[in-house]
Design a protein. Structure first.
Length: 281
Protein backbone atom coordinates (compact mmCIF):
# COMPACT_ATOMS: atom_id res chain seq x y z
CA UNK A 1 0.00 0.00 0.00
CA UNK A 2 1.26 3.43 -0.83
CA UNK A 3 0.16 4.93 2.45
CA UNK A 4 2.62 2.64 4.21
CA UNK A 5 5.39 3.58 1.88
CA UNK A 6 4.96 7.29 2.02
CA UNK A 7 5.59 8.83 5.37
CA UNK A 8 5.60 12.38 5.97
CA UNK A 9 8.30 14.80 5.93
CA UNK A 10 6.78 17.00 8.45
CA UNK A 11 7.38 20.66 8.35
CA UNK A 12 6.56 22.30 11.56
CA UNK A 13 6.06 25.93 12.01
CA UNK A 14 5.78 27.00 15.57
CA UNK A 15 3.89 30.19 16.07
CA UNK A 16 3.52 30.10 19.86
CA UNK A 17 6.04 30.51 22.60
CA UNK A 18 7.67 27.48 24.18
CA UNK A 19 5.81 24.46 22.81
CA UNK A 20 4.99 21.35 24.83
CA UNK A 21 6.10 17.97 23.55
CA UNK A 22 3.54 16.68 21.09
CA UNK A 23 3.88 13.26 19.50
CA UNK A 24 2.16 12.14 16.27
CA UNK A 25 2.55 8.48 15.26
CA UNK A 26 1.54 6.98 11.92
CA UNK A 27 1.30 7.88 8.24
CA UNK A 28 0.53 11.54 7.55
CA UNK A 29 -1.23 11.02 4.26
CA UNK A 30 -4.68 11.64 2.80
CA UNK A 31 -7.11 8.91 3.90
CA UNK A 32 -5.13 7.75 6.98
CA UNK A 33 -5.50 7.89 10.77
CA UNK A 34 -2.75 8.55 13.31
CA UNK A 35 -2.50 8.35 17.10
CA UNK A 36 -1.15 11.24 19.11
CA UNK A 37 -0.36 12.19 22.66
CA UNK A 38 0.37 15.33 24.57
CA UNK A 39 0.45 16.19 28.26
CA UNK A 40 -1.43 18.84 30.23
CA UNK A 41 -3.92 19.46 27.47
CA UNK A 42 -7.22 21.31 27.90
CA UNK A 43 -8.61 21.51 24.34
CA UNK A 44 -7.40 20.65 20.85
CA UNK A 45 -8.63 21.96 17.49
CA UNK A 46 -7.76 20.55 14.07
CA UNK A 47 -8.25 23.08 11.27
CA UNK A 48 -10.47 25.08 13.60
CA UNK A 49 -12.71 22.17 14.66
CA UNK A 50 -12.57 20.88 18.24
CA UNK A 51 -11.47 17.25 18.53
CA UNK A 52 -11.97 14.69 21.32
CA UNK A 53 -9.06 14.03 23.69
CA UNK A 54 -8.86 11.52 26.55
CA UNK A 55 -8.18 12.53 30.15
CA UNK A 56 -4.64 11.19 29.77
CA UNK A 57 -3.95 13.28 26.65
CA UNK A 58 -4.46 10.67 23.93
CA UNK A 59 -6.12 11.84 20.74
CA UNK A 60 -6.54 10.80 17.12
CA UNK A 61 -6.07 12.67 13.86
CA UNK A 62 -7.53 11.38 10.59
CA UNK A 63 -7.40 12.89 7.13
CA UNK A 64 -10.13 12.40 4.54
CA UNK A 65 -9.62 11.50 0.89
CA UNK A 66 -9.45 15.13 -0.16
CA UNK A 67 -7.93 16.60 3.01
CA UNK A 68 -5.90 19.74 2.48
CA UNK A 69 -2.16 19.09 2.69
CA UNK A 70 -1.47 21.82 5.19
CA UNK A 71 -3.04 20.92 8.55
CA UNK A 72 -3.22 23.15 11.58
CA UNK A 73 -3.51 22.14 15.22
CA UNK A 74 -4.36 24.59 17.96
CA UNK A 75 -3.79 23.30 21.47
CA UNK A 76 -4.82 24.94 24.71
CA UNK A 77 -2.66 23.75 27.55
CA UNK A 78 -3.36 23.76 31.26
CA UNK A 79 -0.89 25.28 33.63
CA UNK A 80 -0.73 25.92 37.34
CA UNK A 81 -2.45 29.29 37.06
CA UNK A 82 -5.35 27.63 35.22
CA UNK A 83 -4.63 29.76 32.20
CA UNK A 84 -4.60 28.03 28.86
CA UNK A 85 -1.71 29.18 26.71
CA UNK A 86 -2.42 28.52 23.02
CA UNK A 87 0.09 26.78 20.81
CA UNK A 88 -0.21 26.46 17.04
CA UNK A 89 1.40 23.66 15.05
CA UNK A 90 1.21 23.28 11.31
CA UNK A 91 2.26 20.13 9.52
CA UNK A 92 2.03 18.79 6.01
CA UNK A 93 0.44 15.52 4.89
CA UNK A 94 1.21 13.72 1.63
CA UNK A 95 -1.28 13.45 -1.23
CA UNK A 96 -2.61 9.97 -2.15
CA UNK A 97 -3.62 8.75 -5.60
CA UNK A 98 -7.11 7.34 -5.86
CA UNK A 99 -8.46 4.78 -8.33
CA UNK A 100 -11.25 5.17 -10.79
CA UNK A 101 -13.70 2.40 -9.98
CA UNK A 102 -16.29 1.20 -12.49
CA UNK A 103 -19.39 -0.44 -11.02
CA UNK A 104 -21.97 -1.83 -13.43
CA UNK A 105 -25.23 -3.68 -12.94
CA UNK A 106 -26.60 -1.51 -10.13
CA UNK A 107 -30.42 -1.28 -10.22
CA UNK A 108 -31.20 2.05 -11.91
CA UNK A 109 -33.44 3.22 -9.02
CA UNK A 110 -30.44 2.90 -6.69
CA UNK A 111 -28.25 5.02 -8.99
CA UNK A 112 -30.69 7.87 -9.56
CA UNK A 113 -33.12 7.71 -6.66
CA UNK A 114 -36.72 8.66 -7.29
CA UNK A 115 -38.38 11.44 -5.34
CA UNK A 116 -40.18 8.85 -3.26
CA UNK A 117 -36.79 7.53 -2.12
CA UNK A 118 -35.62 10.93 -0.90
CA UNK A 119 -37.23 10.56 2.55
CA UNK A 120 -35.59 7.18 2.95
CA UNK A 121 -32.19 8.63 2.05
CA UNK A 122 -32.71 11.48 4.54
CA UNK A 123 -33.62 8.92 7.23
CA UNK A 124 -30.35 7.09 6.54
CA UNK A 125 -28.26 10.28 6.60
CA UNK A 126 -29.88 11.41 9.87
CA UNK A 127 -29.48 8.04 11.60
CA UNK A 128 -25.83 7.66 10.59
CA UNK A 129 -25.06 11.24 11.60
CA UNK A 130 -26.57 10.63 15.04
CA UNK A 131 -24.70 7.34 15.44
CA UNK A 132 -21.31 8.98 14.86
CA UNK A 133 -22.01 12.18 16.77
CA UNK A 134 -21.62 10.88 20.31
CA UNK A 135 -18.35 10.00 21.90
CA UNK A 136 -17.46 7.58 24.64
CA UNK A 137 -14.48 8.91 26.53
CA UNK A 138 -13.11 5.37 26.88
CA UNK A 139 -10.13 4.67 24.61
CA UNK A 140 -11.24 1.28 23.23
CA UNK A 141 -9.15 1.94 20.10
CA UNK A 142 -5.90 1.62 22.05
CA UNK A 143 -6.12 -2.20 21.99
CA UNK A 144 -5.85 -2.24 18.19
CA UNK A 145 -7.96 -3.36 15.22
CA UNK A 146 -8.36 -6.51 13.11
CA UNK A 147 -10.18 -7.18 9.84
CA UNK A 148 -13.92 -7.84 10.35
CA UNK A 149 -13.88 -10.96 8.14
CA UNK A 150 -11.59 -13.97 8.33
CA UNK A 151 -11.64 -14.65 4.58
CA UNK A 152 -12.50 -12.09 1.94
CA UNK A 153 -11.58 -10.63 -1.43
CA UNK A 154 -11.14 -6.86 -1.65
CA UNK A 155 -13.74 -5.86 -4.25
CA UNK A 156 -13.59 -2.09 -3.74
CA UNK A 157 -10.90 0.13 -2.29
CA UNK A 158 -11.36 3.25 -0.21
CA UNK A 159 -11.32 6.53 -2.11
CA UNK A 160 -12.09 5.23 -5.59
CA UNK A 161 -14.07 7.63 -7.73
CA UNK A 162 -17.05 5.51 -8.71
CA UNK A 163 -18.64 5.42 -12.12
CA UNK A 164 -21.88 3.57 -11.56
CA UNK A 165 -23.63 2.32 -14.70
CA UNK A 166 -21.47 4.91 -16.58
CA UNK A 167 -22.62 7.80 -14.32
CA UNK A 168 -19.79 9.42 -12.28
CA UNK A 169 -20.69 9.35 -8.58
CA UNK A 170 -19.22 10.35 -5.22
CA UNK A 171 -16.02 8.60 -4.10
CA UNK A 172 -16.13 5.31 -2.24
CA UNK A 173 -15.85 6.02 1.49
CA UNK A 174 -15.05 2.54 2.72
CA UNK A 175 -13.50 -0.79 1.80
CA UNK A 176 -15.56 -3.54 0.15
CA UNK A 177 -14.83 -7.10 1.26
CA UNK A 178 -16.53 -9.77 -0.84
CA UNK A 179 -17.52 -12.99 0.96
CA UNK A 180 -20.40 -15.49 0.70
CA UNK A 181 -23.77 -14.44 2.07
CA UNK A 182 -24.12 -15.55 5.69
CA UNK A 183 -20.39 -15.31 6.53
CA UNK A 184 -19.99 -14.07 10.13
CA UNK A 185 -18.93 -10.42 10.47
CA UNK A 186 -16.94 -9.60 13.60
CA UNK A 187 -16.24 -6.37 15.50
CA UNK A 188 -12.84 -5.09 14.45
CA UNK A 189 -12.20 -3.69 17.94
CA UNK A 190 -13.88 -3.31 21.32
CA UNK A 191 -16.52 -0.63 21.58
CA UNK A 192 -20.16 0.30 22.06
CA UNK A 193 -22.81 -0.22 19.36
CA UNK A 194 -24.44 3.10 18.34
CA UNK A 195 -26.56 1.84 15.41
CA UNK A 196 -27.91 -1.56 14.49
CA UNK A 197 -30.13 -2.59 11.56
CA UNK A 198 -31.95 0.19 9.72
CA UNK A 199 -32.69 -1.43 6.35
CA UNK A 200 -31.31 1.72 4.72
CA UNK A 201 -31.52 2.74 1.06
CA UNK A 202 -27.76 2.67 0.43
CA UNK A 203 -26.23 0.81 3.38
CA UNK A 204 -28.98 -1.77 3.95
CA UNK A 205 -28.62 -3.28 7.41
CA UNK A 206 -25.79 -1.66 9.26
CA UNK A 207 -23.83 -1.74 12.51
CA UNK A 208 -21.82 1.22 13.82
CA UNK A 209 -19.41 0.85 16.76
CA UNK A 210 -17.97 3.67 18.91
CA UNK A 211 -14.29 3.09 19.81
CA UNK A 212 -13.72 6.34 21.70
CA UNK A 213 -12.24 9.79 21.01
CA UNK A 214 -14.52 10.30 18.00
CA UNK A 215 -13.59 7.05 16.22
CA UNK A 216 -16.29 4.76 14.78
CA UNK A 217 -16.30 1.72 12.48
CA UNK A 218 -19.23 0.93 10.17
CA UNK A 219 -20.40 -2.38 8.70
CA UNK A 220 -22.95 -2.18 5.87
CA UNK A 221 -25.10 -4.37 3.54
CA UNK A 222 -25.45 -7.03 6.24
CA UNK A 223 -27.99 -9.83 5.95
CA UNK A 224 -28.57 -10.16 9.69
CA UNK A 225 -27.40 -8.08 12.61
CA UNK A 226 -27.28 -9.61 16.07
CA UNK A 227 -26.18 -6.81 18.36
CA UNK A 228 -28.27 -3.99 19.82
CA UNK A 229 -27.73 -0.27 20.15
CA UNK A 230 -25.94 0.44 23.44
CA UNK A 231 -24.39 -3.02 23.62
CA UNK A 232 -20.74 -3.35 24.62
CA UNK A 233 -18.93 -5.54 22.09
CA UNK A 234 -15.47 -7.06 22.12
CA UNK A 235 -13.00 -7.50 19.29
CA UNK A 236 -13.77 -10.64 17.26
CA UNK A 237 -17.36 -10.90 18.52
CA UNK A 238 -19.87 -11.77 15.78
CA UNK A 239 -22.12 -8.76 15.12
CA UNK A 240 -24.01 -10.13 12.09
CA UNK A 241 -23.53 -11.75 8.69
CA UNK A 242 -22.50 -10.72 5.18
CA UNK A 243 -25.41 -9.86 2.89
CA UNK A 244 -26.33 -7.63 -0.03
CA UNK A 245 -28.95 -5.34 1.50
CA UNK A 246 -29.20 -1.72 0.29
CA UNK A 247 -27.22 -0.70 -2.79
CA UNK A 248 -25.08 -3.75 -3.53
CA UNK A 249 -24.45 -5.83 -6.63
CA UNK A 250 -23.42 -8.94 -4.73
CA UNK A 251 -22.76 -10.18 -1.18
CA UNK A 252 -20.04 -8.12 0.45
CA UNK A 253 -19.24 -6.17 3.58
CA UNK A 254 -18.72 -2.44 3.21
CA UNK A 255 -16.31 -1.62 6.05
CA UNK A 256 -16.10 2.06 6.82
CA UNK A 257 -14.43 4.27 9.40
CA UNK A 258 -15.19 7.75 10.68
CA UNK A 259 -13.28 10.06 13.01
CA UNK A 260 -14.78 13.39 14.06
CA UNK A 261 -17.11 13.07 11.05
CA UNK A 262 -14.15 12.54 8.67
CA UNK A 263 -14.28 9.34 6.59
CA UNK A 264 -10.90 7.67 6.21
CA UNK A 265 -9.51 4.35 4.98
CA UNK A 266 -10.37 1.65 7.58
CA UNK A 267 -7.35 -0.37 6.50
CA UNK A 268 -5.13 2.23 8.19
CA UNK A 269 -6.73 1.21 11.52
CA UNK A 270 -4.75 -2.05 11.44
CA UNK A 271 -1.57 -0.08 12.18
CA UNK A 272 -3.14 2.40 14.60
CA UNK A 273 -1.07 2.77 17.75
CA UNK A 274 1.57 0.35 16.45
CA UNK A 275 3.51 2.72 14.25
CA UNK A 276 6.97 3.66 15.34
CA UNK A 277 6.98 6.43 12.76
CA UNK A 278 6.50 9.04 15.45
CA UNK A 279 7.53 12.61 15.33
CA UNK A 280 7.71 15.08 18.13
CA UNK A 281 6.63 18.54 17.26
ZN1 LIG B 1 -18.64 -0.05 -0.34
Amino acid sequence: MTYKAIYLTISVLLLGNTAQALEICGPKIQGAITASHTADVHEIYLNGKKIPVSDSGDFLLAFDRDARLKQELKILYKNEEEIYPEEYYTFTISPEKWDIQKVNGVAQNKVTPSEADTDEILRETRNVKEAIAGNTNQSFWKNGFVMPLEKYRVSGKFGGQRIINTIPKSPHRGMDLAAPEGTPVTASADGIVTLSGGDFFYSGNMVIIDHGQGLFTMYAHMKDVNVKKGERVTQGQTIGTVGQTGRATGPHLHWGASWNNIRFNPETLLELGKSEQCINI
